[in-house]
Design a protein around this ligand. Structure first.
Ligand SMILES: [Fe+2]
Ligand SMILES: [Fe+2]
Length: 269
C-alpha cells in the first residue's frame, strides 16, 4: 500500500492571490499526480463576493483530481448577517462543494473531511455536536487496519514559536475524536504558517499521538510570522511502514516549489 497526498491550503482567491505562484502550482500538481489533492479551506478572502467564489471554482478545475475540500472561516459570508447566521456555508456549497463531510476511501486509507467554519465568529472555528457525530460515524466505517486521516480547516494545537491564532474553540473534543478513532494524521491550515509535528505533549492523560500536517498559504500573499511572503504545500507519502511529510516552498528565483525539509514518522500499529 502506498499513497501520495498533496496538501494545499488557504488559496485566498482575491487581490492577495499570486497568479505566478498559482500557475506554477498547477504545473507541479499535474507533475506529481497525487492519489488525492487535499485543500484545507479558505478558498477566497470574502465569500460575499461572487466573483471570488467563481474564480476559485474555476481555479479548482485546473488542479488535478480527485480532490477533497473542506471550508474555512473565509468561506463564510461576512457582511450579510442573515446568511451569516442562518446559511453561513450556502455560497460555499453552491460554488465550491456541496459536501461538507467528504470521504476518500481506498484499501488501507480513509481520509475524512469536517467543517469547523460557522457564522458566529470572524476567525475561530468549532466542531459542533452534529459535526462530531457525523465524523464519528465516518471514521467508524474506516478500514480497521488502514491509515485514518482527518482534515479540518482550523488547527487544534498552536505550533510552537508561532504567533497564536484562534484555533478550534473545543480543541479537546477534536483531540478526543482523533484518539477514539486512532487517527494517524491530521491535515489543517488557517494559520498561514507551515508546520509539521505531532499532538504529543498537547493533551493530558493517555492518548495516541497524531501527526500534524499544517500547511501555510499556498497561493496568497498572506503568509504570516516566519512564513511572511512565503507560499507552501505539503507532500504526504503514506506506506505500510512510514508517513513522510515534505513541505515545499515557492522559490521565486527558481520559479518553482522546492522541498525544504522532510519529516518521517513510523506508522502506528
Ligand atoms: Fe486563511
Ligand atoms: Fe482561516
Amino acid at each position: 500500500m502506498r499513497y501520495t497526498l498533496m496538501h494545499i491550503s488557504d488559496l485566498h482567491v482575491s487581490w492577495h492571490f499570486d497568479l505566478t505562484v498559482a500557475e506554477q502550482l498547477v504545473r507541479q500538481a499535474h507533475d506529481i499526480q497525487p492519489d488525492l489533492l487535499v485543500i484545507s479551506g479558505d478558498f477566497v478572502l470574502r465569500a460575499d463576493l461572487t466573483g471570488q467564489l467563481m474564480a476559485a471554482a474555476a481555479y479548482l478545475k485546473l488542479l488535478p483530481g480527485p480532490q477533497l475540500v473542506v471550508p474555512g472561516n473565509h468561506d463564510v459570508s461576512l457582511f450579510n448577517g442573515y446568511y451569516r447566521l442562518f446559511y453561513p456555508l450556502r455560497r460555499y456549497r453552491r460554488f465550491i462543494s456541496p459536501e461538507l463531510n467528504p470521504v476518500f476511501a481506498r484499501p488501507g486509507l480513509t481520509v475524512v473531511g469536517g467543517c469547523t467554519a460557522h457564522g458566529l465568529t470572524i476567525d475561530g472555528g468549532r466542531l459542533h455536536a452534529p459535526q462530531i457525530r457525523t465524523l464519528d460515524y465516518a471514521l467508524s466505517r474506516a478500514d480497521p487496519g488502514g491509515c485514518r486521516v482527518l482534515v479540518l480547516h482550523h488547527h487544534v494545537v498552536d505550533p510552537p514559536s508561532s504567533k497564536r491564532r484562534p484555533k478550534i474553540a473545543n480543541a479537546a473534543d477534536a483531540l478526543h475524536l482523533m484518539n477514539r478513532h486512532r487517527v494517524e494524521l491530521f491535515l489543517c491550515g488557517h494559520t498561514h504558517v507551515s508546520y509539521v509535528g505531532t499532538t504529543n505533549g498537547f493533551q493530558p492523560g493517555p492518548h495516541q499521538d497524531t501527526i500534524i500536517s499544517q500547511c501555510g498559504t499556498t497561493t496568497s500573499r498572506r503568509g504570516r510570522g516566519h512564513d511572511r511572503g512565503k507560499n507552501s504545500f505539503h507532500l504526504v507519502d503514506i506506506d505500510d511502514q512510514t508517513i513522510q511529510i515534505t513541505p515545499y516552498f515557492y522559490q521565486p528565483d527558481a520559479r518553482q516549489f522546492l522541498p525544504a525539509s522532510a519529516h518521517a514518522f513510523p506508522r502506528r500499529r
